[in-house]
Design a protein around this ligand. Structure first.
Ligand code: NDP
Ligand code: ZN
Length: 351
């Protein structure tokens, strides 16, 4: 099928309109018309080749929702007309221990999981194209069912931003007796505040942006600390059990280590590039861990969307047109965004 999309041809190029082919749905696959797609900071990293693994053309988008147009032979989970969500993965080996444990995001198969775009993993000669496009095809096991009554425009951000913060919360047992810290409050961070509250935690938001303070308190944060205010950071020493760090760039992590209670864990989800000068002594004397976490499995992704529907949790979104994408990416790059998540209304690609 002929598909319209927006993608980058190189790291220093803007996204431009592209036309390409996708295979019609084969057995076990579902084709759908994309209706909305969230814009994740990872889209920017991937377009700019920050992780040195980008395949071009790079057609991003892994916070996708749409309407099923056709199903391949044997598909049982979806039918024409259904709403379907697709997050960061479209395939995995489905045979390894991790896939059997429903954590396909840590697939140990020969090429790992297949990313919704820039996949499959280590296969240099193949490329997947994401949700900045008019139509997609996915293996039915990787489609997420959208609960009745949950507005499709909110679905996308739950499938990456939401799951990426929810999965570590579950893994590190965030709940009623936990103080959860959230460092950097954009797409991922604001979902961490909302989901942390849903799990019963006390939530402390750490932001550079004084202007976000009231919004974060309204969202449910119990406290907001301006991370650049050294006195406030000192006053919060040893107060946090689990800190989800979503800051997308290399930064000094030592001030965050000082916020941790003994046995606390800092979970890195944002910066994949490096941390310089991590001072080990405060980690050692208080048995503090620095860990990392990558998105979440399909089962857990369905779980977090169901929880959002049940608890009436939705991301704070700003709707944009596909043609505005380069401006949106510029805003994310500058890091001074006061909107928490941009969502592309794909209607403009269907007109
Ligand atoms: P956003 O751009 O929406 O939010 C990032 C937030 O970090 C900003 O709102 C800002 O918060 C803060 N920030 C931005 N720039 C800087 C800077 N230069 N120095 C310090 N703080 C900064 O990004 P997302 O939430 O979409 O993604 C965050 C990161 O998580 C990205 O690196 C992304 O690639 C990664 N990611 C990782 C995943 C995983 O599986 N591990 C999955 C999805 C995304 P404030 O104004 O509050 O300071
Ligand atoms: Zn993402």
């Amino acid at each position: 099928m002929k598909v319209f999309g927006f993608g980058a041809q190189d790291a220093d190029k803007e996204l431009t309109p592209l036309v390409f082919d996708r295979k019609d749905p084969r057995a076990g696959e579902v084709a759908f018309k994309v209706t909305y797609c969230g814009v994740c900071h990872s889209d920017l990293h991937q377009v700019r080749n920050d992780w040195k693994n980008t395949k071009y053309p790079c057609i991003p988008g892994h916070e996708v929702v749409g309407e099923v147009t056709e199903v391949g032979e044997g598909v049982t989970r979806f039918k024409k007309g259904d709403t379907i969500g697709v997050g960061c993965m479209v395939n995995s080996c489905m045979e390894c221990e991790k896939c059997h444990d429903n954590v396909e995001n840590y697939c140990q198969g020969p090429i790992g999981f297949t990313g919704t775009y820039n996949g499959p993993g280590k296969k240099e000669d193949q490329n997947t194209y994401g949700g900045y496009s008019s139509h997609m095809v996915v293996r039915e096991e990787f489609g997420i069912k959208v609960p009745k009554g949950y507005d499709p425009k909110y679905v996308g951000p739950v499938l990456c931003a939401g799951i990426t913060v929810y999965s570590p919360m579950k893994h590190w047992n965030v709940g009623k007796n936990t103080t959860l810290g959230v460092a950097g409050v954009g797409g991922l961070g604001h979902m961490a505040i909302k989901l942390g509250k849903a799990l019963g935690a006390k939530v402390v938001a750490l932001t550079r942006s004084e202007g976000k303070k009231d919004k974060l308190l309204n969202m449910g944060a119990d406290e907001v600390i301006i991370s650049e205010n050294k006195d406030d950071m000192k006053a919060a020493a040893q107060s946090i059990d689990v800190l989800i760090n979503t800051i997308p760039v290399p930064h000094d992590i030592n001030p965050y280590v000082n916020l941790m209670k003994p046995d606390g864990s800092i979970v890195i989800v944002g910066n994949l590039i490096n941390f310089e000068n991590v001072v080990p002594a405060p980690l050692v004397v208080n048995r503090i861990s620095i860990a990392g976490s990558l998105i979440g499995g399909i089962k857990e992704t369905q779980e977090v969307l169901d929880i959002c529907a049940e608890h009436d949790i939705s991301p704070d979104i700003k709707m944009v047109k596909m043609q505005q994408i380069n401006d949106v990416l510029d805003t994310l790059e500058k890091g001074n965004d006061s909107d928490f998540r941009h969502v592309i209304d794909m209607q403009s690609l269907h007109d």
